[in-house]
Design a protein around this ligand. Structure first.
Ligand code: F0G
Length: 457
């Protein structure tokens, strides 16, 4: 029997107090942060849904593993434990630890891209796009059309548009050194990619002789969706499904801060000897020796254990179900969200919630700031501030203006989530009173982290 109540599949052994603030205090905090919640002090946030990255709770087994960490500079035992777990899961020949996902991206792209190259992906995450554009290459999103319509329900909205990919490879394939697929598709709503679609991408890559890399940050959540939504895989374990996902690829970049259930870490993995040699050379320059890659031995232990725990069925059932629970509550209160709920986050459709705020006045920022002022809940804009600026300095509306409420893994209970739903509903009721923002200061790349804003009247 599956009980109706969501039972967190763990009990709590250590707790951390969270800080209650008044509305007046939050107004001061936000003003001092230039109306950008990235610039708040985290202790002024009650429920922090800024990201699911590195914010999870480690298990007692992971904490226990930390003390086993071997801090040898070269050839540490912890590296071999990490390598064996990653190798069992992914099957890749070369496993290169990095301090987090974007380091894996930077090393991969700097090693293999040249100016004018094109990298297709379902939807590039912002650091992935920035690391490609930094090499003067082009990051192209080829997600299926359904993936761009927030209100549409489709089981695999992260799927690649295979026709568009085929066209791209036919017309400009000579400029494509690799194809990527992000599982789950974070920037498109945490939506999964089906195994059938991944097989389709693989077939195209074979036909055009292109390597396929997964951006595997949330591979286990994606595997769970495949188990739940692709009937032919219902009987398989999440780990078996994940293993097949990796077997269809030639390599991956991974942020262990997500489905590694660790607070820091990542890796780059691949089969190709030449690319791996180039990547290791760069790794030594910027991250560290290839058996630690910028991580402590204890980090490698935590990741190894985390990768074992993340594919456990009770965990994944609870994880995906509790995210959907928040989504259902928001829908019930009339707040538009990306449908169906994603794996790690709920995405409020701020453009639909606030149609009176034009995209270039940042409806996502208006919604994020209102959530903080209302109840100390911190989300993040994924929209025109994050994606609207082009390398040539011009600005256009992003495809969508979303507010992501990302759920840290194993951190908040169902009552925390009930509270979040209450805060969002209250903001939804006052939607007509919300106003847009003007950007007063912005850096050229990844501007959402440090931009400051002024509220419009
Ligand atoms: N790829 C995807 C799909 C991601 O979501 C992230 C990080 C990265 C790559 C980069 O990994 O942070 O370890 O360097 N996403 C975080 C987020 C930051 O909040 O979604 P990283």
């Amino acid at each position: 029997m599956r009980p109706h109540t969501i039972i967190e599949p763990f009990r709590i052994k250590s707790v951390e107090a969270i800080q209650f603030t008044t509305r007046e205090q939050r107004e001061t905090c936000l003003r001092e942060a230039g109306n950008n919640v990235f610039l708040l002090h985290a202790e002024d946030v009650l429920i922090d849904l800024l990201t699911d990255s590195g914010t999870g709770a480690m298990s007692s087994a992971q904490w226990g593993a930390l003390i086993q960490g071997d801090e040898s500079y070269a050839g540490s035992r912890s590296f071999y434990r990490f390598r064996d777990v990653v190798s069992d899961l992914t099957g890749f020949t070369h496993i290169i630890p990095t301090h987090q996902g974007r380091a894996a991206e930077r090393i991969l792209f700097h090693s293999v891209l040249k100016p004018g190259d094109i990298v297709p992906n379902n939807t590039h995450f912002d650091t992935t796009r920035a690391n490609i554009e930094t090499e003067a290459a082009e990051a192209v999103d080829v997600v299926i059309a359904e993936g761009r319509v927030p209100s549409l329900v489709h089981p695999f909205k992260g799927n690649m548009d295979l026709d568009a990919l085929e066209r791209l490879l036919t017309e400009r394939g000579d400029r494509v050194p690799l194809v990527m697929v992000t599982v789950t598709n974070n920037s498109g709503g945490g939506q999964p990619v089906s195994l059938e679609n991944l097989r389709g991408v693989r077939a195209l890559c074979d036909r055009f002789h292109k390597p396929l890399f997964l951006d595997a940050c949330r591979f286990a959540e994606n595997a769970w969706f495949i188990k739940a939504r692709e009937a032919e895989h219902a009987h398989r374990t999440p780990k078996e499904i994940a293993q097949e996902m990796f077997s269809l690829a030639d390599g991956c970049t991974m942020s262990a801060k997500k489905d590694g259930l660790a607070n820091i870490g990542g890796f780059l993995a691949m089969h190709d000897d030449g690319w791996a040699a180039a990547a290791r050379n760069l790794l030594i320059l910027t991250e560290g020796f290839p058996t630690y890659g910028g991580l402590a031995g204890y980090d490698l232990e935590a990741i190894a254990r985390g990768l074992e725990e993340v594919v456990e069925e009770p965990y994944l059932y609870y994880r995906i179900r509790s995210t959907a629970y928040l989504g259902e509550k928001l829908i019930a209160s009339g707040v538009p969200i990306i449908q169906p709920p994603g794996g790690h986050a709920i995405y409020i459709d701020a453009r639909a919630l606030l149609p009176h705020i034009p995209p270039l006045q940042y409806p996502g920022i208006a919604c994020v700031n209102a959530l903080y002022l209302e109840g100390g809940v911190r989300g993040v804009e994924i929209g025109t501030v994050m994606f609207g600026r082009h390398p040539d300095g011009t600005e256009t509306p992003a495809a969508m203006d979303l507010v992501r409420l990302a759920i840290p893994r194993r951190v908040y209970t169902q009552s925390h989530i009930d509270y979040v739903a209450e805060v969002v509903a209250a903001v939804g009721q006052r939607r007509d009173a919300l106003r847009g923002y003007r950007m007063t200061n912005a850096p050229e790349a990844l501007r959402h982290f440090t931009a400051t804003f002024t509220a419009l009247d």
